[in-house]
Design a protein. Structure first.
Length: 290
């Protein structure tokens, strides 16, 4: 999965994408970074943990506007005061584990060109803001954003395989019915899928999705669709389904999962125990997120 970062800056900029501490902070090339009225767009991995924009003002108005879209085109982040800016490029400034005490980006400057919805930036989110450091005297600024993360929490009786946009993701606990598995799916994921094999006795799947602040974004319920057949592409965004796919049964009886005792106690109270309505020893359940 790739997500897109779009930025427009006055006058010249470079963009870094922090994937993790080991590989983070790598400068990325993009067309349009040398002109104030051109939109620069680049693809970043959904595993990216941070993004950074260096902008040099060569005279006149100044400012940075940006947004991040997922693969479906939904905007998941915009330039605003949640970004941090500085006039000094400290070591690792564009990586996720950067610990510098930078100020929140200033969003008070009004760039006469960027303030109107005309130009290369016309299609950007109306929620974007023009950001900079707190001083217009700074000719080169460095602005960064640690990207929010969404965690998928899953428990399956008995053996789970977890997929995000068609790719299987490794996680501890997937081979044990009473262990919770947690997968970081970023913010750009479109579909999650859970394959669960029952090896005997009770069966069921419970899940939720939480953001980095612990807010519940999604739970397992009958808005999921399930099947006893793992059709080609079943956990991918473009999957159309078929007659063998139906709304998940969310009234599954499971003595342990129905109690609040165990690793599943951290799941949302709204999470339901789901399964394929037609039964089966191995089921495939998917949820379109966006």
């Amino acid at each position: 999965l790739r997500i897109g970062l779009s930025a427009v800056v006055a006058s010249q900029c470079s963009v870094s994408s922090g994937i993790n501490a080991e590989y983070g902070g790598e400068e990325r090339e993009a067309a349009g970074t040398g002109a104030w009225n051109q939109l620069a767009t680049l693809s970043i991995s959904n595993d990216a943990r941070a993004v950074g924009i260096k902008c040099t003002n060569t005279g006149g108005p100044y400012g940075i506007m940006s947004q991040i879209e997922n693969a479906a085109g939904a905007v998941v982040d915009v330039s605003d005061s949640s970004w941090q800016c500085s006039n000094t490029a400290e070591d690792g400034w564009a990586t996720a584990d950067f610990a510098g005490q930078w100020d929140a980006a200033s969003n008070e400057y009004r760039h006469s060109g960027y303030a109107v919805d005309q130009g290369a930036w016309a299609g950007m989110s109306p929620n974007k803001e023009i950001i900079w450091t707190g001083s217009g005297a700074d000719t080169t600024v460095y602005c960064r954003k640690t990207l929010p993360r969404n965690n998928l929490e899953v428990i399956c009786d008995d053996i789970a395989n977890i997929f995000v946009d068609g790719e299987e993701r490794e996680a501890a606990g997937t081979g044990v019915w009473n262990q919770l598995s947690v997968v970081d799916i970023g913010v750009g994921a479109q579909v999650v899928g859970i394959q669960c094999q029952n090896t005997g006795g009770p069966y069921g799947i419970m899940a939720d999705l939480k953001d980095s602040d612990g807010n519940v974004l999604m739970v397992s319920d009958d808005s999921w669709s399930c099947s006893n057949s793992g059709d080609d592409g079943w956990s991918s965004a473009g999957f159309a389904g078929g007659d063998n796919w139906a709304a998940a049964a969310d009234d599954v009886s499971h003595g342990a999962y129905s109690s609040n005792n165990g690793a599943w106690s951290v799941l949302s109270d709204d999470s339901k125990i789901i399964w394929n309505a037609a039964g089966g020893w191995t089921v495939y359940c998917r949820k379109v997120l966006q």
